[in-house]
Design a protein around this ligand. Structure first.
Ligand code: SF4
Length: 369
């Protein structure tokens, strides 16, 4: 694919993690796709490409828009509960999921429709001004805009704002280490638990995602939670859910929160029905059977699937309805108010009350009307 990449473009910056192949091509090493590029070509993610014999990022400082969301929407249930997060994304994606729920952004090749020019410190300042505790790089995967994502994260941290990524975790070792070194929290999509699903449905592979999860657990302090979108007939069999939950228990431990979320027909999977509530219930029971302690049902009204239970005394310490917190019985440092047991997560002060609102904002002029 040849398209107008230019180093003169204000939004194009030199990329990191690539090398020359010796056959006239250069290889991007950010993700396992290893796109091999001739001059003027873009990679599958579309926002990285080759110009002047180097790999560049063409979306630095360009955003597809900003919203203030509840942190529970990312979803993160154990990270600054109830707080507002400033969310944004750019364009493009390094996976090709047929069920993509953000395809208008992730599959966008019309970079010019990206609406908000946003340098990293503008974003951090906006988060402070809007009362957000964190900034989330979401809507599309920050892996593909790694250089921008890292600068945004650093700008946020310099102003006391946490940096969050919502990611498929599909990247190679060196970029993985670089990116997560700058982040405070992540939600990682574990899209299924078979390599066949990843190959057929996402044009990707399972193992690099598992490598990311193990890396996060064993080598970082990044708080992370996992989401699996259950798609009827594709990744929701008892055997597959059982294998996933067993792997999580064995490799990540029982305290990593797991969110099962409901699919709605979208993009290239409009012929698949929505996930029935019974599937979410079944998945939760399998996960709990493996000893996982914090298993949630998302994208549905489900009192049980929205509840956090204290592993120490069995008290319902947080009760949620979708993204809204209805009851909260944790101390400011995240201990059960009844038995004092410390819950895993990141807690810093009283619960906040942003609620379920999703408010589009312009980071230069405030809340959009
Ligand atoms: S980040 Fe983009 S250009 Fe680089 S290997 Fe992945 S899909 Fe290809």
């Amino acid at each position: 694919m040849v398209s107008g990449i230019s180093l003169d473009d204000h939004y194009t910056v030199p990329g990191r993690h690539w090398h020359s192949l010796g056959d006239g091509r250069v290889q991007c090493d950010v993700c396992p796709r290893a796109c091999r590029l001739h001059e003027g070509q873009r990679g599958l993610c579309f926002v990285r490409g080759r110009v002047a014999d180097q790999v560049v990022l063409t979306s630095y400082g360009r955003s597809s828009g900003f919203c203030v969301d509840p942190i529970e929407k990312k979803p993160l249930n154990h990270f600054l509960p109830g707080s507002a997060v400033l969310s944004f994304g750019t364009a493009g994606c390094n996976l090709a999921c047929r069920f993509c729920q953000n395809w208008d952004i992730s599959k966008s090749r019309e970079i010019d429709r990206l609406s908000d020019a946003a340098n990293p410190d503008d974003i951090a300042q906006a988060a402070v001004r809007l009362g957000c505790r964190s900034v989330a790089m979401t809507y599309n995967d920050p892996v593909i805009f790694l250089e921008y994502a890292i600068d945004v994260a650093d700008a946020c941290r310099a102003r006391g704002i946490k940096a969050v990524a919502v990611t498929a975790g599909y990247l190679t070792d060196a970029p993985r280490r670089e990116l997560f070194n700058h982040l405070d929290a992540a939600n990682v999509d574990l899209k299924a638990f078979t390599d066949d699903f990843y190959r057929r449905t996402c044009a990707a592979r399972l193992q690099p995602v598992l490598d990311t999860l193990v890396y996060l657990r064993r080598e970082t302090d990044v708080w992370f939670e996992i989401t699996t979108l259950l798609i009827p007939g594709h990744n929701d069999s008892d055997a597959e859910i059982d294998a996933e939950c067993g792997w999580i228990a064995d490799n990540l431990g029982a305290d990593v929160p797991l969110h099962f979320t409901a699919f709605h027909p979208d993009f290239k999977m409009r012929d698949v029905p929505p996930t029935p509530p019974a599937t979410l219930l079944r998945a939760r029971q399998i996960a709990l059977g493996h000893g996982l302690r914090f298993v949630y049902a998302g994208n549905v009204h489900d009192a049980e699937g929205g509840r956090t239970t204290c592993p120490g005394c069995g008290a319902a310490v947080v009760e949620r309805d979708w993204y809204r917190i209805d009851h909260y019985r944790l101390t400011d440092d995240g201990r059960c108010a009844r038995c004092g047991m410390e819950l895993p997560g990141r807690y810093d002060g009283p619960v906040e009350r942003w609620g379920p609102r999703r408010v589009p904002v312009s980071i230069t002029s405030g809340i959009r009307s």
